[in-house]
Design a protein around this ligand. Structure first.
Ligand SMILES: [Zn+2]
Length: 374
């Protein structure tokens, strides 16, 4: 993630870049504020800047090997600790890293609650357990693999299990060489005062309306009028604006797009599909992932309709289409389309070329329909 992908907060970006260029990188920093104000995306953009091989005075290059690895959240010198619902005493955050990467790709502005739902949804409360804290402190006592610096990104340090915060404090007081701790906290008041006093704190204000509007315009492809509505409601919180926008977006953008796409694949109208692929290509990866999720949701509803003849969770617009759609495909075809959408989702999450992936999925869906007509 680059600074340009983070909504607003230009003063903080400026501060981080300047201190990096002067070689003043505090070894223990706290990014403090609401998750929707961008604390985590900013931490990721900052780390990418510091691990970039050719940073400009404004941003990381986005193209070098360092940037690419941080972009996929898989740089060997970037370590994560985050809360999760442990299966047992030995379960560590590392075991949930694949899921965490997928979550970051989908919604870097997400909260610990939405992460928890994404990861497990169990009733057990998420925490950074003792095994995780021990594991990361051991890891951080090693030298960096590649660069001069290694990073420990601690998301929600206020959820470190009781007693282990002292271990962390000790490590921060006597830091291993070349190590930078970045704590991203929503409620810094819950951190130990002794720990707080060791941290260089940056407080994150609301994202201002102008920056929020620009971000939503770029990332959601909504009309100006809708963007204005969202900005008025969201009060500078990107996560909240996105979740409000998702509901609107699905109806305003995704539904007609999905309907036309299915029709094009059914009729084998490939020139139409290519046009849709051009539109799809312009969306952000987050929006593309949401689109496939939306498609999966609709087809699943079509299957429910087939068996129970009832639809509860959808709008009138979707209903009339779904009724016709579920009448024209059998369960095997619907399953096959869902598999194609699932593959597309994985492809986009795994950094596949977007237009190529979209066309590949279109062909799979065309084949699914053909299968049903034989
Ligand atoms: Zn770079």
């Amino acid at each position: 993630m680059q600074f340009q992908d983070v909504a607003g907060q230009s003063q903080i970006k400026h501060l981080l870049v300047r201190s990096a260029q002067q070689g003043r990188i505090p070894h223990a920093q706290l990014f403090s504020g609401k998750h929707g104000h961008g604390t985590l995306p900013m931490a990721l953009a900052y780390i990418q800047y510091l691990l970039c091989e050719q940073p400009s005075p404004q941003d990381s290059c986005g193209a070098c090997a360092g940037c690419k690895k941080v972009g996929k959240f898989s740089h060997p010198d970037l370590h994560f600790a985050f809360p999760f619902a442990a299966k047992d005493d030995k379960d560590v955050a590392q075991n949930h890293l694949e899921d965490f990467r997928a979550f970051l790709l989908k919604t870097p502005y997400g909260s610990v609650e939405s992460w928890h739902e994404f990861n497990s949804g169990e009733s057990k409360r998420p925490a950074i357990n003792s095994a995780t804290t021990k594991a990361i402190l051991t890891e951080m006592s090693q030298k960096p693999y590649e660069g001069k610096l290694q990073f420990m990104l601690l998301w929600y340090p206020e959820l470190i299990t009781h007693g282990m915060a002292n271990r962390l404090l000790k490590s921060i007081e006597e830091p291993p060489p070349s190590t930078v701790f970045i704590l991203v906290s929503e409620e810094e008041g819950k951190l130990m005062p002794t720990l707080l006093s060791r941290l260089q704190t940056i407080a994150f204000p609301k994202v201002n309306d102008f920056d929020l509007a620009a971000y939503l315009g770029n990332n959601m492809g909504l009309e100006l009028e809708r963007v204005r509505e969202l900005v008025n409601m969201a009060d500078g919180d990107v996560d909240y604006a996105l979740s409000l926008g998702n509901v609107q977006e699905q109806l305003a953008v995704f539904f007609p797009f999905f309907r036309d796409w299915m029709r094009g694949a059914y009729m084998a109208a490939f020139h139409e599909s290519i046009e849709l692929a051009e539109v799809f290509q312009k969306w952000g990866r987050t929006q593309q992932i949401s689109f496939f999720q939306y498609g999966l949701y609709l087809i699943r509803e079509a299957l429910v309709f087939k068996t129970s003849n009832s639809l509860s969770r959808i709008t009138e617009l979707e209903r009339s289409w779904l009724e016709r759609f579920s009448g024209s495909v059998n369960a095997a075809v619907a399953e096959s389309i869902m598999q194609a959408l699932e593959n597309g989702l994985q492809g986009i999450a795994g950094n596949a070329h977007q237009k190529t992936e979209f066309i590949g999925v279109t062909i799979d869906i065309y084949r699914s329909f053909k299968l049903g007509n034989q």
